[in-house]
Ligand binder design. Structure first.
Ligand SMILES: [Ca+2]
Ligand SMILES: [Ca+2]
Length: 470
């Protein structure tokens, strides 16, 4: 009996020991949802969005309603967030470059690697890094081998429906002016696949199972959900959430592109937009995006349920984000990779269960800020080459004074800056756009040519120069 008591006592001590070590350093759960714009209920971009799990998490978190990506495309956005460097620094602007192949960045210590260096175990399920292997390559998660200690390299999204069930929208996507990647990817269908059998569910389940295990070290766990990235295949039950006739379309101004300059006017998928209108498929496409967003939300919900019933609920910092926004007809554009608000803005929320702070911050922040924020919240040694800013002050007080600019880049000489009142855009030919968000949230009226805005334009020019010369 004495021996039994001693063993019990030692067990309690050792469990307490684990708890104590985990308590001294918080865990991190990073959730990235691909191509998610602000149509998440809590972020207010679309009142029809059904995203109960993300909304529930948002209610307990500090949510950043003005968060912007460093680049509105998977690879440059994720590279920037995970290295802590802006695209102009690494030169990664597109989907075909890998940062480790660029001079000076071979030994970059990525966000998960910095946590590993500081005593954390790291794991990832699903797409966190992009797979920069050119447009012809099959997308696959995990493209920086070694960044995570353990990784699930599974599939993405869902299975594809049988060939005869694809492209039922009847759109002619094989025509001049439509991005050729859309021929196979711009499609939607409610697939006959159980939620639990989908790739995205399995990514979240991999992370859920990680949370069920006992971990001696604090951990950095990342979960990548691929939808609502194209193609919009999701289990049928998510399409059934939305009644097609009731779908509201985004507000679009017909002559909106008249004042954006030559290069700016070339970027939108105008032919695709008119093809959708011609075939009366705009509502269907919007519903498909919403359905895929609800599917992603269910996968996030599975993970949150696992965290909440785990031993780590009270000591895990949660970060949830998209990698950039998405246009669904605004400015006659579909998809991303342009410099306007719909493309640059994406949800970001941070929950630090130790301080129980929640609220809405409208301060201008960047996904580039995530790396230094997590280093700061977990009290790791300062990494002084990071180009973002810690958001800790805003997590403690979402309305704290903050006068930063967010930079989003598309190419050399092609950048946009956002501050609380304005968006500024510049193209390689020197053409500029300026929008006043206090009265023009849709960025319909370019006021850059108005004489009275010279001082504001100059302020942005100076700020951009400073940011690019960092
Ligand atoms: Ca993306
Ligand atoms: Ca316009």
């Amino acid at each position: 009996m004495k021996r039994y008591l001693l063993i019990t006592f030692l067990c309690i001590l050792s469990i307490k020991g684990i708890n104590a070590s985990n308590k001294s350093k918080p865990n991190v759960l990073l959730i990235m949802v691909d191509d998610m714009n602000d149509w998440v209920g809590a972020f207010g971009g679309n009142q029809q969005a059904i995203t109960p799990h993300m909304d529930k998490l948002a209610a307990k978190s500090v949510i950043f309603k003005n968060a912007y990506c460093s680049a509105a495309l998977c690879n440059p956005s994720r590279t920037s967030m995970l290295t802590g460097y802006q695209p102009a620094t690494t030169g990664v602007y597109g989907n075909s470059e890998h940062f480790r192949e660029l001079p000076g960045f071979e030994n970059t210590v990525t966000l998960p690697q910095y946590f590993e260096k500081n005593g954390y175990s790291t794991a990832a399920g699903g797409k966190i890094f992009h797979s920069p292997r050119g447009p012809a390559a099959k997308p696959r998660p995990g493209s920086d081998p070694g960044s995570f200690q353990e990784e699930l390299r599974g599939g993405l999204g869902t299975s594809y429906p049988d060939k005869e069930l694809r492209s039922q929208h009847g759109l002619n996507l094989n025509q001049k002016g439509i991005n050729k990647h859309f021929i196979h990817s711009f499609d939607w269908y409610g697939v006959d696949e159980k939620l639990e059998d989908t790739h995205d569910w399995k990514s979240s389940d991999y992370c859920a199972q990680f949370l069920e295990k006992e971990h001696e070290k604090p951990f950095f766990l990342a979960c990548g959900i691929f939808r609502p990235h194209l193609p919009w295949y999701a289990p049928k039950e998510f399409f059934d959430l939305y009644n097609l006739d009731d779908i509201n379309l985004p507000e679009v101004k017909e002559d909106d592109l008249d004042d954006v300059g030559k290069l700016g006017a070339r970027l939108p998928q105008k032919v695709l937009h008119s093809e959708l209108i011609k075939n009366d498929k705009w509502k269907e496409a919007v519903r498909a995006y919403l359905a895929n967003l609800s599917f992603a939300d269910a996968c996030v919900g599975h993970l949150m349920e696992a965290l909440n019933s785990s031993a780590y609920a009270e000591n895990t910092i949660i970060v949830l984000m998209g990698d950039h926004g998405w246009h669904l007809g605004e400015k006659q554009h579909w998809s991303k990779n342009v410099l306007w608000e719909r493309s640059a803005k994406t949800p970001l929320l941070i929950l630090d269960p130790r301080n129980k702070k929640s609220g809405i911050s409208t301060r201008i922040v960047s996904l580039l800020d995530v790396y230094p924020t997590l280093v700061d919240l977990c009290e790791l040694p300062v990494k002084d080459d990071l180009e973002g800013e810690s958001l800790k002050i805003l997590i403690n007080n979402p309305k704290a004074k903050w006068d930063k600019f967010a930079l989003t880049s598309k190419a050399k000489g092609m950048h946009t800056l956002r501050n609380e009142n304005y968006r500024y855009i510049v193209y390689p030919d020197g053409f500029e756009e300026l929008y006043d968000h206090r009265n023009d949230p849709n960025e319909w009226t370019n006021i850059a040519s108005e004489k009275e805005n010279d001082t504001i334009l100059n302020m942005f020019r100076v700020e951009l120069k400073e940011k690019l010369n960092k």
